[in-house]
Write a protein that binds this ligand. Structure first.
Ligand SMILES: [Zn+2]
Length: 176
């Protein structure tokens, strides 16, 4: 058995070790050491430091994976959102809005009812009949536009909460 003297990387103590042994524990500070034989010197390397570095690496990889998830989520939401936005004839885009659908629906319903009432007062069947058109539009707005708007709100909420969770996990991983 060839004994050699190395310095503990944990506490600096001189350690007498058997050269054939690769892993030792320092009796002074109880740190685990790897004995490294280079061409000219034998030295020690602290093992939990190596583990810490690989933990750090794993954590970095996790952050990268999470960031990729986040980017994909944003892309998918952008795509989905684009398909749900309403576009007017001037090319202006707007989110489907519950308030707008209800106000629009009420305005059409009001003018329809006004036409029907006016037609009844004047004894004009044609005027009363024309009143049906805004009524039909208001029914359409109430049923389809409001459900579109609430679907949109639903999706947006799910996207936002999932995004918040991902962002939190990325921050936790960075701190930890
Ligand atoms: Zn030591």
């Amino acid at each position: 058995m060839k004994v050699t003297k190395v310095c503990c990387q944990g506490c600096g103590a001189d350690l007498q070790i058997d050269e054939s042994i690769r892993y030792v524990t320092c009796n002074y500070c109880h740190v685990q050491l790897e004995v490294v034989h280079d061409a000219s010197v034998t030295h020690t390397r602290q093992l939990d430091k190596i583990e810490r570095t690989s933990d750090q690496l794993a954590s970095n990889l996790k952050v990268i994976a999470l960031q990729n998830d986040l980017e994909r989520l944003d892309r998918e939401w952008d795509h989905l959102r684009g398909s749900l936005l309403s576009r007017d004839k001037n090319g202006n885009v707007s989110e489907p809005s519950l308030t707008a659908a209800i106000i629009g629906g009420s305005l059409f319903a009001g003018s329809g009812l006004f036409c029907i009432a006016a037609g009844a007062v004047q004894g004009s069947g044609a005027l009363a009949f024309f009143g049906l058109i805004p009524i039909l539009i208001s029914i359409y707005l109430y049923i389809f536009e409001t459900s579109k708007a609430s679907d949109y709100q639903d999706l947006q909420q799910r996207y936002t909460s999932y995004r918040r969770k991902l962002t939190k996990r990325i921050n936790d991983e960075r701190v930890g």
